[in-house]
Design a protein. Sequence first.
Length: 360
Amino acid sequence: MKKIVNLMTGDRSVFEKTYAKLYGKQDCSGRIQSMKSGLLKKYGCLSIVMFVAIALFAIYESRGQTSRIHMGNEREISIYRPPVGENALRIPMTLEAAMQDDEKVVRNIVILVRPQEAEMDIEIAIEEADEQEAFFCIEEEINRLVNAINNSDYDEKVVLPAELAGGVSLAWQESHHSALPMLLILFPVIGIAIYQSRYAKLKAIEKEARESIIRELPEFINKLVLLLGAGLVLTSAFDRILENDVDKGKEEKSYFYLQLSQIGRSMRETNDSMIGGFKEFAGRSGVRELTRAANIIADNASKGAELAEKLQGESELLWLTKKKLAEEKGKLAETKMTFPLMILLLVLIMITIAPALLEM
């Protein structure tokens, strides 16, 4: 059972590797369990909705079939009228008219069964016709028969005739357009979609973390350059940046500054190296720009002015990269707006030509 649950909600080892890559040694078992529990809830809700929907459709269709159509002797089919005051029944049916020369006419029709209101008598007869006109007369007679049934409101039931004049045999069959097969296809498709998206949230978190690094790194490097130029040593400049950004609440909103805060906490609590923590973070992230900045800091940490100069060049490059990414996102947004604009254009065209179409 555990293997099935693990398969449906995603392999735990995949979650653990991704979270270890994002957050290092931080315990993320609670987040993983919450994510897997959310997927299980989706499967559970889907199963409940599926069984309830199938049961309701089965009950509705079984009641409809037993209460509307009644088979009698000699192929007689009767439909009881609804009580006075209720809405008319609309029953889709297939009518097959078979002539003596094996010619057949098949029509899909809708029988309208009105509530009983008054005593009326409508006679239906087919006129004699030549053999060349027989097919067309059958079509006309079927139309006349259906119209007479749909417009009648006498007797407590509607009797569908088994044959017409001239030896034309009629076979009536109710057309069942059940939504049950669609449900049986729809729910497994939704289940497969949930299964395919079991890592979607994880990938979204990973993508957001990468974007946070690319978005916040240029500003961080720029601040570091300014503080180093003001005479602070590397660790002091790093602490000053963290203090300022924690006061602004960036630690709670930004993945990048959350990781920097963890590096600063390790420096204070366990006396870890700032450079070592920063390089470890860069290695976990896999972001090329962060790795390059970490290598520059590690190679020139003791060189003071030279470090600030090299970080200044790196900062300019990072701002160019950030600008390029912003332009790409802008172009992507324009592409996504194309489809809504097409729909709006079609609506405007329809509104413009609708009066002309109505007058035709």
